[in-house]
Design a protein around this ligand. Structure first.
Ligand SMILES: C[S@@+](CC[C@H](N)C(=O)[O-])C[C@H]1O[C@@H](n2cnc3c(N)ncnc32)[C@H](O)[C@@H]1O
Length: 202
């Protein structure tokens, strides 16, 4: 039986080995992250979490969206990713937390939005973990699940095919979100981006 600590170790080993050159591997993604953040419709003063923030690539556009009076948090399980975020100066744009998004050290309904890039496929129990994200967001708040490459293009890059049980396929993702406290409001899966937006149910 796999335990939660096995899952953590696996994530930390996998991303720990990739942290140092993570940003260098994807140097042109900045505008795509900015466009995805725009999809959240954040306002000045809002409180937003980047769940699985990695090296913090989304933190600058998130800070720009909420301004100095807002709050930007970045949570990640892998210390090396957060260390790379600090080296890149991204801790100036948000507060970094070494935390599991499955058990966030945040009060219920304390946020306006959650941004998660490249996260959902790494979660051990997506339904339960999306429910935890819903817990910390106020009713009417927003979730963005983003990837700077579409599902088909990613599968081709990794030399595999998309299967119908893919978690991020629209017919799977919509009910998954609905069962976890989210109502999906938009879904885009094209070569240059995957972006699903959802609103926290009342
Ligand atoms: C594909 S990377 C994406 C990083 C960043 N969001 C980006 O777009 O560059 C996935 C990140 O999620 C983190 N992660 C995976 N499972 C997590 C969990 N349960 N709690 C917090 N972070 C997690 C990993 O450590 C890794 O940094």
């Amino acid at each position: 039986m796999r335990t939660m600590s096995d899952d953590h170790t696996h994530v930390q080993e996998f991303f720990g080995a990739r942290a140092a050159d993570w940003d260098a591997r994807f140097p042109d993604d900045g505008p795509a992250y900015a466009a995805a953040v725009a999809g959240l419709g954040l306002r000045e003063g809002d409180r937003v979490l980047d769940a699985g923030c990695g090296t913090g690539r989304a933190l600058p556009p998130l800070r720009a969206a909420v301004g100095p009076s807002g709050a930007v948090l970045g949570a990640d399980l892998t210390p090396a990713m957060l260390q790379a975020a600090v080296r890149a100066g991204r801790d100036r744009d948000g507060q970094l937390l070494l935390a599991d998004v499955a058990a966030l050290p945040l009060r219920a309904e304390s946020l306006d939005a959650v941004f998660g890039a490249g996260l959902i496929s790494h979660l051990p129990d997506p339904a339960e973990n999306l429910r935890e994200l819903a817990r910390v967001v106020r009713p009417g708040g927003v979730l963005a699940l983003f990837h700077p490459i579409g599902r088909a293009a990613l599968a081709a890059r990794q030399g595999r095919r998309i299967t119908p049980d893919d978690l991020r396929a629209e017919p799977n993702l919509r009910p998954l979100l609905a069962g976890s406290g989210w109502r999906m409001t938009s879904y885009v899966d094209e070569d240059t981006r995957f972006l699903a937006l959802a609103v926290r149910d009342g």
